[in-house]
Design a protein around this ligand. Sequence first.
Ligand code: FES
Length: 149
Amino acid sequence: MKRHQFRQDALIEVLHAAQGLFGYLEFNLLHFVAHHLKLPLSRVYGVATFYHFFTLKPKGTHTCVVCTGTACYVKGADQLLRAVGAAAHIVPGDTTSDGELSLLTARCLGACGVAPAVVLDGAVHGHQTPSNLLLQLKGWLPRGTVGVA
Ligand code: FES
């Protein structure tokens, strides 16, 4: 914030730096930023929740981002989400209780030609099916998880 002279229009840069430092944007951190930039907390919270890049919860060791954009959705993104959610016992936006896997969604990864697409720890994987996605997630899922056929 000091680098940006506490300018209110630097809010996104400040949140970006804060998430880089702390890994996620917890409520106290948003409150701190709002106070020092002299912005309403609702505005800071609104920006932090509007952009998919920002997360208000700590991420797991591994991340699985399922694209729910139009091309991926019509090719079965909802089935991918359901399969991973059921196997990991989480809903999108959550992290498994052992902290191994976070399941996230994105609106378009820019890889519509290989829909449905997912990003596993930063690497794009296209043409996904529930079964091959679960195979790729095997080591990241809670113990005792049974994959789908
Ligand atoms: S809609 Fe999924 S990559 Fe574009």
